[in-house]
Each structure stands twice: as structure tokens, then as C-alpha cells.
Write a protein that binds this ligand. Structure first.
Ligand SMILES: [Zn+2]
Ligand SMILES: [Zn+2]
Length: 273
């Protein structure tokens, strides 16, 4: 009789331990979030259902806020691409604008008509009329000058460049940094160095427009090797990177170069732990 009671008791304790382990593993699993990057606007084709136009926009899902970095040139194209990708513009919390060029900010009025409940980060040097336009529809404006924390693990490099100011987005993940550039007018090598220096962390992935179109192959090779020399592990050149530079990146980086275009999704698992 005693042994049956002890046996039952052991079973109960085992059951409690098992339940506890299951609960804990669920809590930790929920903590580790992925980073999902989706190029929603680009001049390079990828997903055949989507429209290509000169410009750039990339959606970031996974950080504590959902962010759209740049909004392309034509808002209607941006929204149509998002619809085909089943992305709800109203799920976006923050808009980050890299620089003043129309192929990166032209889609803003149309986007804000769809979702005015956002905070828009922009270089402080942007003209007053743009800031007033954003405030006028009820959205919030944050002017960025130096390195800035946008939300947990997401930063802006701050305004870089001399005449034309540009900010890039930097996400700190378990594997290192993800740097996303609009056009990289201040120079892709400089942008990469600034991001590394800002967070004292190596770069896992650089994605976006690297602005190497029209350069000689010798100059491109120099720049690609400098990026590699900075320890950037993976690259995803698109937008204004140029066809020749994309080819050189592919040769130098091999499978660590992801040729990116509109609709390309890059999922980094357990990016945030
Ligand atoms: Zn530009
Ligand atoms: Zn551009």
C-alpha cells in the first residue's frame, strides 16, 4: 500500500516538473524573435507579381516596433506591392527616411493617407515643408542629427555626408549588426565603418542601395574588398548598387551575397534573444 502511495506521489512530482519545463521552454521560445526584412520597393525585379520602379523601401518586422525604411518614389506602387505581399500598412509603427531624394520619400503622402498614426524619423536637415506636411496629417516627426536609438536594438547612424545628408538604419541582432542603406551617398564603406564604430559590433549583413552604379570595375573591386576587409559577413546589394557591382559582390562573396530585388524576403531566425 505504502509503495503504491509513494509511486503515485513520484508520478505527480514528475508531472509537475514536466509541466514546469514545458512552460519555461515556451517562455524562452517566445523571447527569441526573428528579424524579417522585406524589400517592398526596388528597381531590381525579384517577385514577378510586384511592380519595379526606381527607388527603395524595406520593411522590418521583428523588433519591438514594425518599421518601414524609405517609402519609394510612388506611393500607389508601394501600397500595391504591400497588398500583394499581404503587408498591412496600418501595422507599421515607424517610418525612417534615409535622405531627401524623391525615389526614397516620394511615396510618403500616399502612405500617410493610409496610415497617419506613425512616427516619422528624418534627417534634421530636411526642409520645413516636409516636416510640416507630416505633422499636418497628424503623424509625429523626430529629427535625427547624431546617432539615435529608434527602439530597442534599432538605431540610426545619424546624418552622415557633407552636402547631402543621409541616415542609415542599424539593427543589433544576435549575429552582429544589420545595416540598411537607402542610397549610401556618404559612401557605403564609410556607412559600414560608422555603424560598426557606433555600436562596437561587427556587421552581419549590409542591405540596400550602395551607390556604385557607373563606376569602373577596378574602383568597384576596391570598394567590395574594403567592405569585406571591414568584416561584413553578408551583403544584399540592390537599388542603386548597379549591375556591375552586384556581379562583383557575387564573385567576391559567393553564397554570402544575396541578390535582392522587389519582394525579396530575408528572414534571420532568433535574431533577438
Ligand atoms: Zn539618393
Ligand atoms: Zn535612390
Amino acid at each position: 500500500m505504502l509503495s503504491i502511495t509513494v509511486g503515485m506521489e513520484m508520478l505527480r512530482i514528475n508531472w509537475i516538473i514536466l509541466t514546469l519545463v514545458l512552460c519555461l521552454s515556451l517562455v524562452f521560445a517566445a523571447d527569441a524573435a526573428d528579424l524579417d526584412l522585406t524589400v517592398v520597393y526596388d528597381n531590381n525585379p525579384y517577385d514577378e507579381r510586384l511592380e519595379t520602379r526606381w527607388g527603395f523601401s524595406c520593411l522590418l518586422e521583428g523588433p519591438e516596433r514594425t518599421i518601414i525604411f524609405d517609402v519609394g518614389g510612388e506611393g500607389s506602387v508601394l501600397l500595391r506591392n504591400m497588398e500583394k505581399l499581404k503587408i498591412d500598412p496600418n501595422a507599421i509603427d515607424l517610418v525612417v527616411l534615409s535622405h531627401i531624394h524623391g525615389d526614397h520619400i516620394g511615396g510618403l503622402p500616399t502612405f500617410l493617407k493610409e496610415n497617419p498614426d506613425v512616427t516619422v524619423y528624418m534627417p534634421r536637415s530636411f526642409p520645413m515643408r516636409i516636416k510640416e506636411g507630416v505633422l499636418g496629417v497628424g503623424a509625429r516627426v523626430i529629427e535625427v542629427r547624431g546617432p539615435t536609438e529608434i527602439c530597442k536594438d534599432v538605431y540610426s547612424t545619424g546624418e552622415l555626408g557633407d552636402l547631402l545628408k543621409e541616415e542609415s538604419l542599424v539593427v543589433k541582432i544576435s549575429k552582429g549588426l544589420v545595416v540598411i542603406t537607402g542610397c549610401a551617398h556618404p559612401g557605403i564603406v564609410r556607412t559600414v565603418k560608422e555603424a560598426k564604430g557606433m555600436l562596437k559590433t561587427d556587421i552581419y549583413l549590409a542591405l540596400g542601395g550602395f551607390h556604385l552604379g557607373g563606376m569602373s570595375s577596378q574602383r568597384i573591386e576596391e570598394i567590395v574588398n574594403k567592405i569585406k576587409g571591414e568584416g561584413v559577413k553578408k551583403v544584399a546589394p540592390c537599388h542603386c548598387s548597379g549591375d556591375l557591382a552586384r556581379k562583383v559582390f557575387k564573385v567576391v562573396y559567393g553564397e554570402n551575397c544575396v541578390l535582392t530585388g522587389v519582394g525579396k524576403r530575408i528572414k534571420i531566425e532568433e535574431a533577438f534573444k
